[in-house]
Design a protein around this ligand. Structure first.
Ligand code: SF4
Length: 266
């Protein structure tokens, strides 16, 4: 039972014991005959159940005057600590202690992501590389510098963007994260997106796109159109690390990020 409900029930019980409102049961003569006082004939002290508010009542209606109830975000009935994480800092602390998959064994630092809580754009990449693992920060090094330039090209300072990855620990030798590692880690990403509720998501690279869209389609088939992740517009484009290897993809990337910019401006 939540604190608020326990408090409400205790308050109701206290009111019953000190003789609050009574409930008259119509046609209950036998009980009325036992009442010699007359004035309360037929009246019974209410049972806790009969005084209980309807199930549809909001929690704040159950509380004594002067007390308020601020419902926490997330799933109230979940026992998953990730779902119960109240803010991005709480998610990052859970990530820091996480041993849900084998990537915890070789990491130097977890890389939960960074950026303002009111970011309108969230960039999602694949996973930390060597420099990210060494620093605990996402998209640093060469690929990070390129991302900063890409964002600047659509007039978006990096500081205004939340940047994170599908997996929060570096896969050894920069290999792609495996299916079970992604499955273990995505609750953190999904909770971050739930808390951030951005206007647009930019999925950079096939892993981010396929994870967020729950598809096996190739990146080429996913880009150049708008998708949605839980209602949030999502654009797919190449990962900056891939652009460093193949500069021919810079032009299509520019096309994609301009779509993201237009969605932000809508
Ligand atoms: S990659 Fe994700 S699930 Fe695996 S240990 Fe790191 S934080 Fe935990």
């Amino acid at each position: 039972m939540s604190d608020a409900r326990a408090l409400a029930r205790a308050y109701l019980e206290q009111q019953r014991l000190v003789g609050g409102d009574t409930v008259v049961l119509p046609g209950d003569s036998g009980l009325g005959a036992r009442d010699s006082g007359g004035s309360r004939s037929g009246a019974l002290p209410p049972s806790p159940e009969s005084r209980a508010p309807s199930p549809a009542a909001a929690p704040s209606e159950l509380l004594p005057p002067g007390l308020s109830f601020d419902p926490p975000s997330g799933d109230l009935f979940s026992t998953d600590p990730v779902q119960q994480a109240a803010d991005l800092g709480a998610v990052a602390r859970l990530v820091a202690d996480c041993t849900r998959c084998r990537l915890c064994e070789s990491r130097s630092h977890t890389v939960p992501g960074e950026g303002p809580v009111d970011a309108r754009l969230v960039v999602v990449g694949e996973g930390p590389g060597r420099t990210e693992d060494a620093t605990g920060r996402p998209f640093v090094g060469q690929a990070g510098e390129l991302l900063t330039k890409i964002l600047a090209a659509i007039d978006l300072p990096r500081e205004l963007v939340f940047i994170c990855n599908v997996v929060k620990c570096r896969p050894p030798e920069n290999r792609a994260p495996q299916y079970d590692e992604i499955a273990a880690c995505t609750p953190y990403l999904f909770r971050q997106l739930e808390l951030l509720a951005p206007k647009v998501i930019l999925a950079m690279g096939g892993t981010a796109a396929q994870t967020l869209l729950d598809t096996k389609q190739a990146l080429g088939a996913l880009r150049n159109k708008m998708h949605r992740f839980r209602g949030i517009p999502l654009i797919v484009t190449y990962h900056p690390a891939a652009l460093l290897r193949n500069p021919n993809w810079k032009r299509p990337t520019w096309d994609d990020v301009r779509i993201a910019r237009r969605l932000l401006d809508r």
